[in-house]
Design a protein around this ligand. Sequence first.
Ligand code: PLP
Length: 463
Amino acid sequence: MRYISTRGQAPALSFEEVVLTGMASDGGLYVPEEVPTLSHDDLADMAGLSYAGIAFRVMKPYVNGEIDDATFRSIVEEAYATFSHDAVVPLNQLDANHFLLELFHGPTLAFKDVALQLLGRILDHFLQKRGERAVIMGATSGDTGSAAIEGCRHCDNLDIFILHPYQRVSEVQRRQMTTVLANNVFNVAIEGNFDDAQAMVKASFADQGFLSGTRLVAVNSINWARIMAQIVYYVASAVVLGAPQRAVSFCVPSANFGNVFAGYMAKRMGLPVKQFIIATNANDILHRTLADNDFSKQELVATLAPSMDIVVSSNFERLLFEAYERDGAAVKALLERFQAEPTALAEAPLARLRDSFASHSVDDATILEVIREAHHRTQEVLDPHTATGYRAAEQARSDAETPVITLATAHPAKFAEAVVKAGFPGVPLPPHMDDLLEREERYTVLPAELSAVQQFVAENRRS
Ligand SMILES: *Cc1c(COP(=O)(O)O)cnc(C)c1O
């Protein structure tokens, strides 16, 4: 198994190289050259396996023997032992045919833990084998930073530097990052906004000279291993509901499209999926593209579901590559046009997307209404991201017979502000985090200057 770029001009890479690389040298994203298949029997054999057992089987062809089976199995088992629910990602039945897949039982209470608990361990394994160390840099306005820190805190060969905008993330989100006191974890509060932090990380990847040879690794959702890890819960939940005999639909609160693209990969592997429903907040580029063929950037809107606040959806490129029948040159031309001006997809690729995907956009007022309505109907308190999914599933499902699984991407305690606005007294943090507000914090405040940040990273990394 090799990995190829969506823009067709970068060299094909092995799994190990692709995990250590991030973005392709031609500006594209890596995808597997062939899609491995899960046969009817493969799926039937998964009934009754543990989550880690299913994860090992689903991911093994992507890893391509580059980690031996026994080692990979133990990496997977360790990664999912960090989840506080025995089922790892339990399915919660809301009504006759609507289910919530609870992806928030990991260390930081959002679905990004599913991929980042695994990715940190895979990176550490490869670096150990090569006798190398690496530096991770990332900018976060919320969930990714804390999940990356939790995923790397025990990794001997990694030092992680996460930039967040000073005084512009919620206290819970900041503390989930800054109370991890491991000696390879560095939190930097930038005196600027998220875009300033993001720009400094991008500039550091573009010119890595300040690290004098140490590898810089990306853990955002352009890293293939994150997609790979997320394929698993689509398979596991569909098997619980009767796959391969019965098809299901999925509704996915979406932003950078990493999550729902993983679902699409599961379908390509052979999982019977009737429909993918993309839920967006007011930042609705995905919905506008699918519904109106309006593939254009619009101003960022700050919403009650902040982890879905985006202007451009980076992983959508991976789906475009499939919709354009793997024509890298066409994808490159389309995305270059998109960067410059509002554009549209060609008719045939758009029709292919509409075969598998529907979409729906939910504004802030509706998010609050849905949190109240869902509680009234089901007793569940949804987080604002999951609320967009709940509404989109009901609005955009093609039929009432096929079970629909809405992905619950965060625990409501993590986004208490919206829950309180919806009229609830607040949601307690789960027991393993109930002292979060008392824990010791450690972070460094730096000006929004590239040289200051790079000097801090160069001086504090452990190699
Ligand atoms: C990251 C995130 C999303 C969006 O996921 P994508 O893979 O970027 O589409 C949705 N909800 C929550 C809570 C998140 O943290």
